[in-house]
Design a binder for this molecule. Structure first.
Ligand SMILES: O=C(O)CCC(=O)C(=O)O
Length: 269
């Protein structure tokens, strides 16, 4: 059985051939997946350059959306700055996995470029689930899938993401311990890797960012996907320019990801 269009109920572990047996077993057990070398060295260089260009435009223009703090520079909607960053939304080695996990009604929910400065005094994101809406039985649902592309090398001390493996299936009333340092969470694993690595996770996985104790900034692009009938996060709705370009492209994937289509029943198949 294929995924249902809304993702509330489906046979666990039932994916098509774009997901290998190893990937689907890992994903179902852990709720996340790493795609090593998702970006070729040439593509990574272009993406790093596009992301740096976006940061240069954003940093001195306070009218551009995002967050500027001592623990994070969050450049909101990097897809608006450069088509290289836009096209990562449907990157051929990552998006097919997202589509298969989430379903044919996949749509972009938000996208960010995070720069964690060196030696942060604390984390920018404590332990949390991305999704927890009422009326959804989350242990059997896939409401959001979030993809991270590492633009810098990330080790255990560089302020990367940490997750509790398998927590997407934990009971709704499961109580996690509160910890003062994110690394104190029992059972957690850290998402490390070389620049060019991508990882994705079910938005129900319990996750956080650890402090950046290193001397280097951590740079990561984040693309979050949900179902077509969900709302994009306010402020992340694509600009008229991006919508017009998507319509002109005639590409059904690009249009649907940017929210062009029928509110109910929209599907890529
Ligand atoms: O920066 C990170 O690795 C974590 C970000 C996060 O918690 C989120 O995007 O929900």
């Amino acid at each position: 059985m294929r995924l249902t269009s809304i993702g509330f109920t489906r046979s666990i572990g039932d994916y098509d051939k774009s997901v290998t047996d190893e990937q689907r077993i890992f994903l179902e057990s852990n709720g996340f997946l790493t795609i090593a070398n998702a970006l070729s060295p040439e593509h990574l260089a272009r993406i790093q350059s596009a992301a740096s260009g976006a940061y240069e435009k954003w940093k001195d223009d306070f009218s551009l959306p995002g967050v500027r703090s001592e623990v994070l520079d969050q450049i909101q909607s990097p897809i608006e700055y450069d088509d290289e960053l836009l096209s990562l939304l449907w990157h051929p080695s990552v998006f097919p996995l997202v589509r298969e996990i989430l379903g044919e009604d996949v749509m972009m929910i938000d996208n960010d470029f995070f720069i964690t400065p060196p030696r942060t005094p604390r984390t920018h994101a404590g332990w949390h689930h991305d999704v927890g809406m009422r009326g959804v039985y989350h242990p059997l649902s896939v409401m959001m899938v979030k993809v991270f592309f590492l633009l810098s090398d990330v080790d255990e001390n560089s302020g990367g993401t940490a997750m509790v493996p398998g927590s997407h299936r934990f009971p709704l009333d499961f109580r996690f311990p509160s910890v003062s340092d994110p690394r104190e969470m029992p059972g957690m694993v850290q998402m490390t890797g070389r620049a060019g690595t991508a990882y994705l996770f079910n938005g129900r996985v319990y996750h956080c960012a650890v402090n950046n104790d290193s001397d280097r900034p951590r740079r990561v692009l984040i693309y979050n996907y949900g179902h077509f009938w969900m709302k994009m996060w306010p402020g992340y709705e694509p600009s008229p320019r991006l919508l017009d370009a998507a319509r002109s492209s005639g590409d059904p994937v690009r249009m649907q990801l940017l929210g062009i289509g029928d509110a109910y029943g929209q599907s890529l198949s």
